[in-house]
Design a protein around this ligand. Sequence first.
Ligand SMILES: Nc1ncnc2c1ncn2[C@@H]1O[C@H](COP(=O)(O)OP(=O)(O)O)[C@@H](O)[C@H]1O
Ligand SMILES: [Mg+2]
Length: 363
Amino acid sequence: MAQSPRLRVGVLFGGESAEHEVSVVSAQGVLQAIDRDRFDPVPFGVTKEGTWLTAEESAAALAGIPAGAYRPLPTPAGREPKIRAEVSNALNELDVAFPLIHGTRGEDGTLQGFLELLGLPYTGAGVAASALGMDKALMKAVFRQAALPTADFLVVPAHEWRADATGVIDRIEAAIGYPNFAKPANMGSSLGVSKVSSRQELGAAIEEALRYDRKALVEAAISGREIEVAVLGNDEPRASPPGEIIPRGEFYDYAAKYLDPDGADLVAPVRLEPGVEKRLQELAIAAFKAIDCAGMARVDFFLVGDDPIVNEINTIPGFTPISMYPKLWEAAGIPYRELISELIDLGLARHASKRGHRGCARA
Ligand SMILES: Nc1ncnc2c1ncn2[C@@H]1O[C@H](COP(=O)(O)OP(=O)(O)O)[C@@H](O)[C@H]1O
Ligand SMILES: [Mg+2]
């Protein structure tokens, strides 16, 4: 019997966010583990400046970064257009794309929109779910609508803050109080996130959040454990056992995530009461469905006593072999290699199913 041709899988990594280096390590993991009997992976690195590297440049850049070392991709010399003809030609020859780029222009729907324009199937969330997952103000509005438990919050648009800071602070004090957390609506990796204990600190914390985005969020501080659940699937997604993040400092800040190897412990899976575990899994699936997600997501919770509160959903969670998302599936009996294959199959299935609906994008 003739062997079916291997699918050309574009592995998209790097990107402009602070999680660039994590994404590079995720790509190294995927390229190493992917099932080469079924797939022919083609790497496409995106530099911190947003320039797409060719497959050859990407492979050379990866070869220069020791496995598991957190290093950025080198920037090509000279002023290049972001996407050169060689890159777009190679993208057009792919069968499917595997986006692993976190944050801005990777996880926020823009990259997904670009892949839609190319008519290319891709793994993970579509345009709308990606955009909702990235914007905490919109995400929380949708979670509220779906009756998911979330911390009380207020959105502070930059223009309102500039027009009447005192009025905004008064409203926050009346609705949220202290302690609270101020954060940018669109960011990730804890950048611009501060814990606020008093009126004196609030102004600077909002200013800091607004350095990153035109909207800040101020949320009631929740005192609880940080629990994460992995979700996998399209229309009928399933949820993994929960894992726990135990930050050493006051909260899971940027340093704990990326600078200090001892900044946080990651326990995957974590043993919880069966009833609590089941409730977390139901809520994780409900959060996934609320934003119309697809493929994968990691849903992050605070657990207060036995009561889960949904913090956020991440549509492109860290995907290194030792990241929470793959580790949770590994604990559930799905090894990294199979997880990669399943995500690609889910991306292809979602693309194929859209063809059956006249209003959806066709290849
Ligand atoms: N309302 C809150 N109560 C308690 N801790 C919080 C709250 N919001 C954020 N944090 C802490 O800050 C970290 C980062 O905030 P998060 O909203 O998850 O943003 P990011 O998208 O940057 O991960 C969380 O993991 C948690 O440690
Ligand atoms: Mg988070």
